[in-house]
Design a protein. Structure first.
Length: 612
């Protein structure tokens, strides 16, 4: 066994010699960017290494080692095995989770009718003439015909009844008894709505009596250590002997951390949380439930289950009432999950008039087209470009990420947190390419210009940012003198191609849905952009690069974390939960791999529209 210390977190862990830095970081609970899932291809997990031969305990505990003291220099954490006591310095990104939660607005009118409710009852104590058993006495007082015996509740029922002098509050989910509490606790009834995203996990703490949200919190999905996209995580679950358990434990631990934080801030005890509703893409739902996701990856993309699943919280290890119910909303297909159902529910897409197109842009682009009494869905493998994973200087939307780019005589940047830039996130990538297209630095095919006559028309400051490197041409967005790392932040020709592939896949999926409904983009009444990414992208830039169908910007509306809104609706209303089931059952999934027109639409969508 060897000792590995991570700075600046100052976390120390013992691991077997030969384990990689990334494997040690997973054991230590240290966040490491590993977009490729440890294959060594993304270059995001750079670490500074120090391996002194005479390391002492004092040195191990040192928090402030300078780069000059780190003798081994830069390495990739996923590729570097360790064979001696080591100090590793890692930069942990400061994520800005409020970008996922600050847009939460539940606008849909609905009937507040949660399935969980509390009843206060006063029982007649037993006597020599009334020897009814405690459980039967409780059931008789409830006067419900189909109450089932709950062993977990019955275990402590005799003591609770007598200590409470038979004045108790019963928590019910329908006719299932979840808890029996002493006294009148009807004003203390809480639930959780959970959105498990590939990148970010969000939970909302809800007062089930009033329907009010009393807190929300988010964390970066801890599974990102095993890859930024669902395919990497599916492969990890399928190949590693203990992979599926590790993935489930990571997301449960992340959620329990959120729940603990919410309980402290709202002065709520975890056993007062009686119910949770969960949404996520099909892979995230499977991994949350501990189901084998292996056969979601290859065609024909078969899930273990598509229907809604309800389990006791104790089965999953979720930090709430152990007998509380956790319901994962239904999926539609292998790559269209309950998060898409949540979007359709929050946007009321089954009932609203007109033609509605909802798009949730991420590593997968899920789309819903509603109208003409139809609900069509599809999913395209957009790839991780929008999350920054396959981009040379890409990163998630975290502190230091370039999120906006404009070009006049020179480059103007907007950086999250108003700090020195570290890299570029998806919204910044879209802005950058749109700005370069307008400035004729990129042509309609996506190529960075290089001919003398093309360069001659560019302002000098812009021209000076174009250069040829061994890997190809690139454009400098930020010079090293003004970045955190001291290295230039660039947009490469390969980055532009990655964006073209991503935006081409999404637009082609939209075109296929329009074709299936036999309408044109002109007939779309509203384009709804779901998720944090949809809220932060510049609509004009998205139209300029051809990410969205060519509609007027006024018809494009960001709808916040609609998947999370859908989870809240399902938590607060039995009718809304039934509507979620209807959405999943009525949706017609279009499998793009079977579409004869998809490849043609995809190729056409690769070209940028504004320079045609």
């Amino acid at each position: 066994m060897i000792s590995v210390t991570f700075l600046p977190a100052n976390k120390k862990v013992l691991v077997e010699a030969g384990k990689t830095i990334l494997q040690a970081a997973i054991v230590a609970g240290v966040k490491v960017e590993s977009a490729c899932g440890g294959k060594g291809t993304c270059g995001k997990c750079k670490a500074l290494l120090f391996e002194p031969s005479d390391m002492t305990a004092t040195k191990i505990e040192t928090k402030f080692l300078t780069p000059s003291e780190l003798s081994a220099g830069w390495v990739l954490a996923c590729q570097r095995p360790l064979f001696k006591d080591t100090i590793v310095t890692l930069h942990e990104q400061v994520d800005v989770h409020q970008r996922k939660t600050e847009f939460h607005t539940l606008k849909k009118n609905f009937l507040l009718a949660p399935s969980v409710h509390k009843v206060f009852v006063i029982l007649q104590p037993p006597s020599i003439t009334d020897q009814l058993p405690d459980w039967e006495r409780l059931v008789a007082a409830l006067d419900l015909p189909n109450v089932r015996f709950n062993h977990a509740v019955a275990v402590n029922l005799p003591k609770i009844l007598r200590q409470a002098e038979y004045r108790i509050t019963v928590t019910l989910d329908g006719e299932d008894v979840l808890a029996v509490e002493a006294g009148d606790t009807r004003l203390r009834c809480f639930g959780l709505a959970i959105d498990i995203g590939t990148t970010t996990v969000v939970a909302y703490l809800i007062d089930l009596g009033s329907g009010l949200q009393i807190g929300h919190a988010a964390v970066t999905n801890p599974q990102n250590l095993f890859g930024a996209d669902v395919i990497s995580r599916i492969n990890f679950a399928a190949i590693e002997p203990d992979g599926r358990r590790q993935l489930q434990e990571k997301v449960i631990a992340g959620l329990n951390g959120i729940i603990d934080k919410l309980c402290v801030s709202a002065n709520v005890h975890s056993h007062e949380i009686y119910q949770a509703t969960v949404v996520g893409n099909t892979t995230m739902s499977h991994l949350f439930l501990g189901l084998d996701p292996t056969y979601l990856a290859p065609a024909p993309f078969i899930p273990v289950v598509r229907a809604s699943v309800t389990l006791d919280a104790s089965t999953l290890g979720l930090n709430m009432l152990s007998t509380g119910k956790v319901t994962v909303l239904p999926n539609i297909a292998g790559y269209v999950g309950s998060d898409t159902v949540g979007v359709a529910l929050a946007a009321d897409m089954l009932s609203r008039p007109g033609i509605l197109l909802a798009i949730d842009i991420g590593t997968n682009g899920e789309m819903i087209l509603a109208g003409q009494n139809k609900l069509l869905t599809c999913s395209t493998a957009a790839g991780p470009a929008f999350e920054g994973a396959e981009i040379k200087c890409g990163m998630r939307a975290a502190e230091g990420a370039i999120e906006g780019v404009s070009l006049e005589t020179d480059v103007q940047l907007t950086v999250i947190g108003n700090v020195l830039p570290r890299g570029i996130c998806g919204s910044g990538l879209i802005d950058a390419v749109a700005a370069l297209l307008k400035a004729h630095v990129i042509d309609s095919s996506g190529r960075l210009v290089y001919k003398p006559e093309q360069l001659a028309n560019l302002p000098e400051q812009i021209r000076s940012r174009l250069r040829q490197k061994e890997h190809g041409r690139e454009f400098v967005l930020a010079w090293g003198r003004s970045t955190v790392s001291g290295e230039d932040i660039v947009l490469t020709q390969k980055d532009i191609r990655e964006l073209q592939l991503a935006k081409g896949a999404i637009l082609a999926g939209v075109k296929i849905l329009l074709h299936e409904m036999n309408i044109s983009s002109d007939e779309i009444d509203q384009v709804l952009l779901a998720g944090a990414f949809g809220n932060y992208i510049n609509k004009a830039s998205a139209l300029d690069i051809g990410l969205l169908p060519q509609v007027s910007p006024e018809r494009i509306q960001a709808i916040g974390n609609a998947a999370g809104d859908g989870a809240i609706l399902a938590l607060l209303s039995v009718q809304e939960r039934e509507q979620a089931l209807n959405i999943a059952q009525q949706a017609t999934h279009i499998e793009l791999s079977n579409s004869q027109n998809f490849q043609e639409e995809f190729v056409n969508a690769l070209v940028f529209p504004n320079n045609k």
